[in-house]
Design a binder for this molecule. Structure first.
Ligand code: SAH
Ligand code: SF4
Ligand code: F3S
Length: 443
């Protein structure tokens, strides 16, 4: 017999969603619910969803099908809760497609799940909330994803409306969290032993503009002064807002890691314009030039879309050329996915699926080769590594991450959360390996 207070949560989508899930767990625990690790032991199933590409939605539909089968085979009282971006997009429609879904909580309602579940239990009325008037930051304090690392959400939503992107429609406009709250949270995390924080937002570089708070550069400088913190990272930057002031601040703050995730999306100005990205390839290259000027040794990762409507072979070649010129350490590569609401859908000249698929394969092959060459440049370097976890395959090995966010396998008996000095000395396949030089710091 499954206890009515138990819940199981699964999360799809970006870091923002993963960070939201931590707050959802906190809100449920604060109301007396208990998280379980197996869906078969749970009375409440929470799916924190993504809808950025069609595939993300299809995965959730697949899971709903699976939960339907569990419900039909003994777990008939199970309550399914849909939260996150797909919940926001589909609202009531989901409950029609999947009557098993009893609670739909849009992106402004994630923290109200305990209340909605209790209301459903009492009234047996489906609870669907997708309006935006309760847009709020978590007041449940901070919780760590891991013992030593944590996300800190600094800005919600997005006001950019890139023509392919559904995020502004489901997450609403930009809303910056007050800087004093961010600094307090970061201090609280550091007091709890967190050594690495990652600031989160769809466009962190726009921080403070909507509220008139301090700029992103000044925020980095404030956070850099927090004693216990060792590494500060941030996701995601936008080329149109990533200015010299921010780059100078990264260079001058010793805790801010030299790793930038800067989505380029395309190497063709015509496509960038149609995407409403607000920059040209030249601007992007200038930003990279400034990174070299002020930071020197840094890593850069990106997002790229192929098969955007009207993309020609010439446009695509420009993307490949840009990738060769910039030499990204890594890239998340996507095939354009048709989505509701987005302006790109008004463009009539769609790229056939096979063409887009072929471009994606070419892109992945090229990027793999570049990533390999970039990793080769790390060989022979002695750097600081933060141990993330012990290897599942070999308990004598651990996975460490460098300042430049490179994953490195290292033989060590030092524990996760510790910094060790490592010498990167081998590249086997795509995996960097290192040996420990000395333990630099125990947490
Ligand atoms: N805020 C971040 C990330 C947004 S979503 C940014 O501005 O970069 C993550 C990535 O998904 C995007 O960078 C983009 O490359 C990709 N993406 C978004 N919408 C898409 C769509 N309709 N089809 C394919 N890829 C998409
Ligand atoms: Fe989407 Fe563009 Fe906003 Fe990123 S900046 S979330 S790609 S609209
Ligand atoms: Fe997906 Fe929403 Fe993130 S649509 S990518 S979970 S903001």
């Amino acid at each position: 017999m499954v206890s009515r207070e138990t819940f199981f949560i699964e999360t799809y989508g970006c870091e923002m969603n993963k960070s939201d899930s931590i707050n959802i767990v906190l809100s449920l625990e604060a109301s007396g619910f208990k998280q379980v690790k197996n869906e078969k032991e749970a009375h409440i199933i929470i799916l924190n969803t993504c809808c950025v590409r069609r595939h993300a939605e299809e995965r959730v539909f697949g899971r709903l099908g699976y939960y339907r089968s569990l419900k039909e085979n003994g777990q008939e009282n199970m309550i399914i809760v849909l939260v996150g971006c797909m919940a926001q997009l589909l609202g009531k429609k989901v409950t029609k497609l999947f009557p098993e879904v009893k609670v739909v909580a849009g992106t402004s309602h994630a923290l109200k799940i305990p209340q909605y579940v209790m209301e459903y239990e009492t009234t047996r009325q489906k609870q669907v909330f997708v309006d935006r008037d309760r847009y709020e930051f978590s007041s449940y304090g901070v919780k760590r994803a891991e013992k030593h690392s944590a996300w800190v959400n600094i800005i919600k939503g997005c006001s950019n409306f890139c023509s392919y992107c559904i995020v502004p429609f489901v997450r609403g406009p930009e809303l910056s969290k007050p800087s004093d709250v961010i600094v307090r949270e970061a201090k609280e995390l550091s007091d709890k032993g967190v050594v690495e924080i990652t600031l989160l937002g769809q466009n962190v570089n726009a921080y403070g503009r909507d509220t008139g708070d301090i700029s992103f550069a000044r925020l980095l400088e404030k956070l850099n002064k927090i004693d216990g913190l060792r590494w500060i990272r941030f996701l995601t930057s936008h080329p149109k807002d990533f200015d010299e002031d921010i780059i100078k601040s990264i260079a001058s703050c010793e805790k801010v890691c030299p790793w930038i995730h800067l989505p380029i999306q395309s190497g063709s100005d015509r496509i960038l314009n149609l995407m409403n990205r607000g920059y040209t390839l030249k601007h992007y290259m200038d930003v990279v030039g400034l990174l070299y000027k002020y930071i020197g040794d840094f890593s850069i990762t990106t997002d790229i879309i192929v098969g955007f409507p009207t993309e020609t072979e010439v446009d695509f070649q420009k993307t490949l050329d840009a990738i060769r010129a910039i030499e990204f350490d890594d890239a998340f590569t996507y095939m354009y996915s048709s989505r509701p609401h987005i302006r790109a859908e008004d463009l009539s000249d769609k790229v056939p699926h096979e063409v887009a698929q072929d471009r994606l394969t070419q892109l992945i092959t090229l990027q793999r080769e570049i990533s390999l060459q970039k990793n080769k440049k790390e060989l022979g370097k002695t750097v600081l590594g933060l141990i993330e976890r012990v290897s599942k395959k070999n308990p004598q090995e651990s996975l460490a991450k460098t300042e430049k966010a490179k994953p490195v396998v290292v033989v060590t008996d030092s524990k996760p959360g510790n910094f060790i000095e490592i010498c990167i000395d081998d590249l086997s396949g795509a995996t960097l390996r290192a040996h420990e030089v000395r333990e630099a710091c125990r947490v």
